[in-house]
Design a protein around this ligand. Sequence first.
Ligand SMILES: [Cu+2]
Length: 382
Amino acid sequence: MNSRRLFAAVALLAAGALVWIAARATPAPQTRVYYIAADEVEWDYAPAGRDLISGQPFDSVSRPFTEAGPRRMGRRVVKALYREYSDSTFRTLTPRPPEWEHLGFLGPVIRAEVGDTIRVVFRNNARFPVSVHPHGVFYDKDDEGALYEDGTSGADKADDGLPTGGTHVYTWPVPERAGPTAHETSTAFWMYHSHVHEVEDVNAGLLGPMIIGRRGALRPDGTPKDVDREIVMGFIEVDEGSSLYTDHNVQTYWGTPDSVVRTVVFGTPGLGPDGAAHFRETMNGFLYGNGPMPQMRVGERVRWYIMGSTNFEFHAPHWHGNVVDIDQMRTDVAAILPMGMAIADMTPDNPGVWLFHCHVGAHLLMGMQGRYEVLPTSPTTR
Ligand SMILES: [Cu+2]
């Protein structure tokens, strides 16, 4: 090979390497499409039928929230939940892998990277008008998914609340400000929820998580490269006295529907006469440890995404056994206000089954308790 040919070959190789490096450094922006329906389902807040934290049957404290009877609904109610389908025919539910079963009644995880576009093809199978309203990402007035007087009309209103059987394609660009700041982890945490009758929609169950990665921070499957395991846990107070389905649930599950007393507390419609009996202090929709137990291994890089809900609530999620970093502070208790969102990074060093619960006394007693399991180190963390 003469020197000119050699030079050309080297130059070609170098150019190829540069293109390869550039392609790796800045992956092409994607449009990430999700097919999500609002479906009516009968939800069970305590499918095991017993208190898995105490290991005992429900007692006089837990029975008002878990067993139907006079003046209370018990553990089963009808809810509207966001569920993911495989395509726009909405015939086939996308199965939830075992490591994500802990999501419970939350909608599917919506993922994207800064620079991408999220497209949610939404179908309303519920009997009430509902919507999808996102936090954090960019939306125009025709994709905000919230009903209020904002000076718009026509097509800008079509997204505000979909009628039963209606569909809308929500398109949300993901600009830099939807991703993490330079001081945060590789992902930012947001949520989405219905916002037609905000309080009743969310109490009905219409909310879900959204995770946005820094540009180049995600694997092809959308998970962050610097994390081995992600867990989403909503500390969610549900007021079944202020749900889209309150009337239906009273008629169906309340032992003595004639005894219902309608109340308004702080402007919020509710049920009486038994005070808190229609509140459910849940973790992803489960009470007293009845949700699937998240598992991880010693030494894994575990990212917990913690979120709240829409009621007059505040939560103090507390991990036993291991510690986390939140906002560059080491702690084992997070602080969550209504619709609050937090990221907690954990590298577990302590194997075992550990309590994970809200430290607000009333919430803990009303069932806001769960567990997570740390298995011994594995030779094959990904
Ligand atoms: Cu709490």
